[in-house]
Design a protein around this ligand. Structure first.
Ligand SMILES: [Zn+2]
Length: 96
């Protein structure tokens, strides 16, 4: 099940798995930099983080809940209106 959920995600590390009615994963990203969705400038300046709860998955009939710690980066592009942005994990998260 792990590889089904995370196999294509080299930027995600799974820290804990609890399986009962649902399968609950605690995971975090290990990215060092991310591109701002504003102007696409890549930033490596981590400015804290937050947790995203992803619960819209189901595998083999079992509900899957992912508690994913993602990083917030500071955008340094002066022409960009965003000061910070939260990284997106392709295939897992969507901009909120
Ligand atoms: Zn930006």
């Amino acid at each position: 099940m792990l590889s089904t959920v995370f196999g294509h995600l080299s930027s995600v590390v799974v820290e804990e798995v609890v399986v009962d009615d649902a399968a609950a994963f605690a995971a975090r990203t290990v990215t060092r930099e991310a591109a701002c969705p504003g102007r696409g400038r890549v930033s490596a300046r981590v400015h804290g983080g937050c947790r995203r709860r992803l619960a819209d998955l189901a595998i083999a009939g079992r509900r899957v809940v992912i508690d994913l710690a993602v990083r917030r980066f500071r955008c340094r592009a002066s022409e960009c209106g965003r000061r910070t942005f939260v990284e997106q994990v392709e295939g897992l998260t969507e901009p909120s």
